[in-house]
Design a protein around this ligand. Structure first.
Ligand SMILES: NC(=O)c1ccc[n+]([C@@H]2O[C@H](COP(=O)([O-])OP(=O)(O)OC[C@H]3O[C@@H](n4cnc5c(N)ncnc54)[C@H](OP(=O)(O)O)[C@@H]3O)[C@@H](O)[C@H]2O)c1
Length: 297
């Protein structure tokens, strides 16, 4: 697309409504693919100052982004030029410090409490995002919990809560994403490489993560023609409380030794993959599960 093509204010009366809609869709796709570059390319934005830039900015919502992988994704997308909603369930202080970090780096973010297992809370989370930023282009369905036990010892409460948050919560988020993400956007769900590793004690958790892969593949097909790419990302062992809690130093080191790179993944490793999928170059990856695990599987 040429610079001229991306200039607003052209004589749209001269082209048909259909062409106009197609052109807007293409512009939207170009913008979502590389929001920072889009803002720079738009001569109109440069001339009209920050208010217009805000109008052009793309918007991302990352569930479970007060810490861990979600926080790294929120910060990375903010660096890529997105306005970001940081979601949390209990840790308001952590969420607000992620927002402060984004602000300090010159980005723009808000934080909003919502338990993803509650469909009304999820609708409110999307409402707040759209009201604050004027739309929504990227949803990262990241919030998740892990409870481990062999089948013989898994409690009903742990099993049920994992399915409420991961499977029902993931559905609640993807349903709103399917309704609201603008054409040309991206929807990414967090699976796990445990869907391939299938280690003892991980059975029910792995099942909740497999659901994310099925969800993404089916939703990619349902959103046909809207130029929205929908994928799952499947991290391996990542250095966050979800992975390290309840494990000894020795166990953690043992997992690190199992990767060819001899280290745990870091949240930023996963954020880079999400960023790539959200970029223009990532658009053709659709309906897939991208395994990002340093080669542990
Ligand atoms: N770490 C790994 O090794 C690993 C590997 C593969 C896949 N994953 C997946 O990656 C995702 C993020 O994992 P992580 O390691 O970053 O976890 P984490 O450090 O435990 O962080 C979890 C995040 O999810 C939020 N959250 C939890 N329950 C929620 C709910 N009901 N509603 C809204 N938000 C909720 C938490 O908010 P609060 O801070 O408010 O509690 C927090 O922001 C998960 O889906 C996990 O399954 C992780």
């Amino acid at each position: 697309m040429s610079d001229q093509d991306s200039m607003p204010g052209q004589d749209n009366d001269a082209i048909s409504t259909q062409q106009s809609i197609s052109r807007r869709a293409l512009l939207s796709a170009a913008a979502i693919a590389a929001p920072a570059a889009f803002a720079l390319r738009s001569s109109d934005a440069a001339e009209q100052g920050s208010r217009h830039k805000q109008h052009n900015a793309k918007v991302a919502l990352v569930t479970g982004s007060s810490r861990g992988i979600g926080a790294a994704v929120a910060k990375r997308l903010a660096r890529d030029g997105y306005f970001v909603t940081v979601n949390y369930v209990g840790n308001a202080d952590l969420a607000s410090s992620v927002v402060r970090e984004i602000d300090a780096a010159g980005g723009k973010a808000i934080h909003e409490q919502a338990d993803v297992s509650d469909p009304r809370a999820v609708r409110r989370l999307f409402d707040v995002t759209e009201r604050s930023f004027g739309g929504l282009d990227v949803v990262v369905n990241n919030a998740g919990i892990m409870r481990l036990a062999p089948f013989s010892a898994m409690t009903d409460a742990d099993f049920d809560r994992m399915f409420e948050v991961n499977v029902k919560g993931g559905f609640n988020v993807l349903r709103e994403a399917a309704r609201r993400v603008r054409d040309g956007g991206r929807i990414i769900s967090m699976s796990s490489s445990i869907t391939l590793l299938r280690s003892p004690t991980y059975g029910p958790y792995a099942a909740t993560k497999a659901a994310q892969e099925i969800y993404s593949n089916v939703l990619a097909k349902e959103l046909e023609s809207r130029m929205i790419s929908v994928n799952a990302v499947a991290p391996g062992v990542v250095n966050t409380p979800l992975f390290t809690n309840g494990k000894t130093e020795q166990q953690i080191a043992g997992f690190a030794q199992r990767t060819p790179h001899k280290r745990l993944g870091e949240p930023a490793d996963i954020a880079s993959v999400v960023s790539a999928l959200c970029s223009e170059d990532g658009g053709w990856v659709n309906g897939q599960t991208v395994f990002a695990n340093g080669g542990i599987v």
